[in-house]
Design a protein around this ligand. Sequence first.
Ligand code: ADP
Length: 448
Amino acid sequence: MFQKILIANRGEIALRVLRAAKELGIQTVVVHSTADADAMHVRLADESVCIGPPPSRDSYLNIHQIVAACEITGADAVHPGYGFLSENAKFADILAAHNITFIGPTGDHIRIMGDKIEAKRTAKRLGIPVVPGSDGAISDPAEAKRVAAEIGYPVIIKASAGGGGRGMKVARDESDLEVALATARSEAGAAFGDDAVYIEKYLEKPRHIEIQVFGDGMGKGVHLGERDCSLQRRHQKVWEEANSPALNSAERTRIGEICANAIADLGYSGAGTIEFLYENGEFYFIEMNTRLQVEHPVTEAITGIDLVHEQIRVASGGGLSVTQDDIHFNGHAIECRINAEDPRTFTPSPGTITHFHTPGGLGIRVDSGVYSGYKIPPYYDSLIGKLIVHGRNRVECMMRLRRALNEFVVDGIKTTLPLFQELVNNPDIANGDYDIHWLEKYLAKTES
Ligand code: ADP
């Protein structure tokens, strides 16, 4: 097992990883920017190293400084959290070259899944259902028309290097296609320095359902069920739940086994999430994230398994603590992402939190890195905490969530809490009846 883990992240996820490391009796080092000198992860870690000024590219993305911090402190492993360097293959390779363990998959697996065309090709080869579309990159309008005619309109043009929902264009018919192709390519080129795009069938009313997987790097793979993350705004997840209100247990087992087998075949190591769009009973692969997800606690709530413990175990060569037969799904869990944002416009609302009081009681978990008197720096994302609620079934979970939201107090800044108070009382949400467009339509309809 590792002696000392360096956590290359900040905010609630740095704290999340720190807690797991402490439970396992491992020493912790955190790195931080000058803007985060007072952050909770810095206060609770055994050691901390300031690695640069506030902008991420000079601190949390500065590979050179992070490797130097490992060497100074003698850390033998790095947990990257999510975001920042968590899906940076070069970072994983550099750590390996320095004999420091990257708590995550190999650089090569990160690379394959970071290129969407390659990821889709790999998924297909491994028997994962994919969205019908072009086999590879498309640049010629005539070829685009041929592929689109074959799969049928509407189609979506997506950037191979894409992320964060950027570089995607929908074409409703052939007259849209040429412009959509040209716009998607130039947007992709500008945003990612790579203008390769591909075409796939545009699904009109899908849900976003993702499968949590784990590989031990030695040919074993398991799945931990799904999360339904259909409630999104601008492709950013807002509310996540497990199980999905749309799936039955036979469907869960079927898609879960496909994913677990794929992970085993790939020889994948660590946590991963295979993301699908789900429509009319069919799953369509869109991408795989090769890291821990923000929404991982809903899976922890229904399985009772600490995913960060498992990541650390697997990375240290100790294998998974569970087999598929040990994994059972109990009850229902919902996560609300509490952002320091206006609940209507989602404009960031940095500033000082004058009062912070979190709910408690049975089935309530709050993962947050903030406290009363904490000043939210304007440089990073606006997530200030996650409320995760567990109940024996979805009805109990919703009752408990409604109660917990009423107890939650964050003063001094605007947060998305009022939006969740609306959602928890909405009949469509109560019925689990929503797709990936529901939230944006709701926000447009209720605009004041
Ligand atoms: P990114 O990596 O940029 O987030 P994804 O491939 O994960 O890109 O897609 C992001 C979102 O775009 C999906 O959650 C979905 O809302 C929409 N989307 C992507 N592909 C399709 C598709 N084929 N049909 C309909 N919507 C899609």
